[in-house]
Design a protein around this ligand. Structure first.
Ligand code: ADP
Ligand code: MG
Length: 703
């Protein structure tokens, strides 16, 4: 297959390697072949050495790679005086000047060298791939070696008897190398609203296989190749582009795409000193949505996030804040979630059902990927959002498989997959912003959150803040929202007209003023930079005062128990308070969590708890509703009603317990009529009891 190697080019490469890679080649020779089999070449350095050669690498990667490899072999021979010392070594070029967008790849790029940036979405396990196959002739036992270039090839004729086989491959006489297929997807932040990310397959070999996992951000450099598509056994005219990967470089920096100039820095510092900075933050989160100041403040804090703590015993406490919005349909939850994409430096927006087979966490999947029926590992939303924010709409509709993996993903911030020979732990160091709709359509203030959304209480308690969003009717509020929505739409209409260059007959004078009202206070671009700057530079520490306030609030919450109530909150809330307070300090670019930060987040947590934690039957603040799913009072009451029905049914086995008797008995036990009626209704809806005839109830057996 090799064209004549350009000897001049080989000599130039020898020169380049001797001068620019002197140290690296020494290390390679020392460690070859066991520990190292590649020489990494920085394209930028090659360009400095010889721009034409560097450009040729891009346009004619095959012949140039061959020359470079030959140069490597020559140097090895020269230094070690053994033949073909580095025969199987690779030249791996990286750091091309230009990155190509995956969606911009066209047929003209085939057989050229490109570098793409993205996320590893899926990977096969590392498998042996035959390089030189040894075929034994079943007639004369001669072994014929056939180098495998593209596809699997048997010899045409036997090297001994010259007959056409049959042949049998001899594994022990063949040579194999490791191979892996990856699916790389565009980074989510490069996408404009609503675009589906595009992806491309990369085939990699030998020492670079098995180095990256799904969820990793990488720059992959390689040659684009074509593969013919088949339908049934028939070859089609359509081809698929894939990349023959040459190098994979991991990017672990959090905000590598966000550059902050000195001017930006000055603006950010100035902004941070303003008194109304928190109000400005609120005004910059989804300005087209009216109200929700608490929720917006929470989201702003989530964007800044607390500090990840590394403890002496080598455990870590997450700094990421998780928020859940639960509420009536049509209250703007989805809109809020979608807005995050404009400001969060790294974010993924998805729905609980998920569009991929990996769902929210990760999965071992068996499909056509990697050229055959085999298992591969696919990253879900929370892994893809590593170091960013995952906005998950309709989180209550997530797959069963995700439910168990979610606990680990939210607290330990990893996702483990152990299935079908795949054993992997992927990172999911993201903040989760979830939205859920109540099971029965409308939110029912008489029910605990756990009963209304289809999420286990243990999972619900992983959220640092939960907000209940009710579609309340209130004339004054309705009027304000209506005005806001109409204004927003009006501005949108004007924007559309402008886009299509339609002249407005009479330019409304107040237009600019209205636009001002629905404009974010801090431009998304600057907001992103602000967040990146704060997260890079601020790692606040609690002041004594802040510690005292948080402790006082927490102990106060727990003390409710002594009054005879249930256990209000668990220690998880305490960690949530600390995280939020740190985030609040970061907003001011402060290295110290002050008392004001503590007070701010205490207010926030209190209002969130009150919104969801008030025991609707007693009016007493009862956070077990969130922490444990059902309030203890309610739990006792269900038990009472059950035993009442049981007793009454014993007295009247044919009909069961009449509603009137149930209410009367309940009254004796201190449950008022409305409550009793409500409980009976709920219990019958949930199938705990049933009506054999109108107005009569029986317990469902076997529950
Ligand atoms: P949800 O996800 O809660 O069901 P959506 O986000 O789909 O609701 O909202 C439905 C529509 O109503 C959206 O177009 C949204 O802009 C609008 N809307 C609802 N509440 C508000 C509000 N408070 N301010 C502005 N627009 C709102
Ligand atoms: Mg919605």
């Amino acid at each position: 297959m090799s064209q004549a190697i350009n000897q001049q080019l080989v000599e130039r490469f020898e020169e380049f390697i001797e001068v620019y890679c002197e140290e690296e080649i020494g290390v390679l020779l020392e460690n070859y072949p066991k520990k190292q089999r590649s020489l990494n070449i920085d394209w930028g350095e090659l360009y400095r050495f010889d721009p034409n050669m560097a450009d040729d690498f891009i346009t004619h990667p095959d012949s140039v790679t061959e020359a470079a490899k030959q140069a490597l072999v020559n140097i090895g021979d020269l230094r070690y005086r053994t033949d073909d010392m580095l025969e199987k070594a690779h030249v791996r070029i990286y750091n091309l000047q230009e990155l190509t967008d995956i969606r911009e790849i066209r047929s003209k790029d085939v057989n050229t060298l490109v570098a793409i940036q993205g996320l590893i979405r899926k990977s096969t396990s590392v498998r042996p791939k035959v390089e030189i196959a040894a075929f034994e002739c079943q007639r004369c036992a001669t072994v014929t070696n056939v180098p495998q270039i593209r596809g699997y090839q048997e010899p045409f004729v036997c090297g001994g008897c010259e007959r056409q086989g049959p042949f049998e491959i001899k594994f022990e006489k063949s040579t194999f190398s490791d191979a892996q297929t990856l699916l790389i997807q565009e980074s989510p932040e490069g996408l404009r609203g609503g675009e589906q990310p595009q992806s491309i397959e990369i085939h990699i070999e030998d020492d670079i296989s098995g180095m990256v996992s799904p969820g990793d951000r990488v720059i992959a450099t390689g040659t684009l190749r074509l593969e013919q598509k088949k339908r049934g056994g028939e070859k089609l005219r359509v081809f698929e582009v894939y990349m023959e990967g040459i190098s994979i470089v991991s990017e672990d920096l959090e905000f590598e795409n966000i550059e902050i100039s000195e001017g930006d820095e000055k603006t950010i510092i100035e902004l941070s000193k303003q008194k109304e900075i928190y109000q400005q933050m609120i005004g910059s989160v989804a300005p087209s949505i009216y109200g929700y100041e608490q929720e917006k403040l929470a989201i702003a804090l989530q964007l800044f996030s607390g500090v990840t703590k590394h403890l002496p015993d080598s455990t870590r406490i997450r700094g990421n804040v998780h928020i859940l919005l639960v509420g009536d349909p049509g209250t703007g939850k989805s809109q809020l979630l979608q807005y995050i994409r404009h400001i969060a430096p790294r974010s993924v927006y998805t729905s609980g059902k998920g569009s991929s087979s990996a769902g929210l966490t990760a999965a071992a999947v068996k499909d056509d990927f990697g050229g055959g029926q085999q298992w591969s590992l696919e990253a879900g939303a929370l892994v893809l959002a590593d170091k960013g924010i995952a906005a998950v709409d309709e989180i209550d509709k997530m797959r069963v498989e995700d439910r168990s993996a979610m606990h680990e993903a939210l607290e330990q911030q990893t996702v483990s997959v152990a299935k079908a020979g795949i054993n992997a732990t992927l990172k999911s160091r993201c903040s989760l912003l979830g939205a859920a709709n109540p099971k029965y359509g409308q939110y029912d203030s008489y029910e605990s959150i756990g009963d209304q959304i289809n999420l286990e209480p243990a999972l619900i308690s992983r959220f640092d803040l939960i907000f209940r969003i009710l579609d309340e009717t209130n004339e004054e509020l309705d009027e304000k929202i209506a005005e806001h929505i109409i204004k927003t739409n009006y501005i949108g209409e004007q924007g559309t007209r402008k886009k299509y260059s339609i002249e407005n007959g009479e330019e409304p004078i107040e237009l600019e003023q209205i636009a001002e009202e629905v404009k974010p206070e801090i431009e998304p671009e600057l907001f992103r930079k602000y967040i990146a700057y704060a997260k890079r530079n601020c790692f606040p520490i609690m002041s004594k005062d802040a510690q005292k306030e948080i402790k006082k609030f927490y102990v106060g919450l727990r003390a409710v128990r002594e009054v005879g109530g249930p256990i209000p909150v668990t220690a998880r809330k305490l960690e949530a308070l600390v995280r939020l307070a740190e985030a609040s300090a970061r907003v001011r670019l402060s290295d110290v969590v002050e008392k004001e930060d503590a007070m701010r987040v205490i207010n926030l947590v209190q209002s969130s708890l009150e919104k969801v934690g008030i025991d609707p039957e007693t009016g007493i603040f009862d956070a077990t509703v969130i922490e444990m799913g059902k309030s203890r009072n309610q739990f006792d009451r269900v038990k009472s009603i059950r035993s009442i029905i049981e007793k009454l049914t014993l007295e009247n086995p044919k009909d069961g317990a009449s509603i009137l008797d149930i209410i009367e008995q309940a009254k004796v036990e201190g449950i008022d009529e409305m409550q009793a009626e409500h409980m009976v209704k709920k219990m019958s809806e949930s199938g705990e009891i049933y009506q054999p005839s109108a107005g009569y109830y029986k317990l469902l057996k076997g529950r």
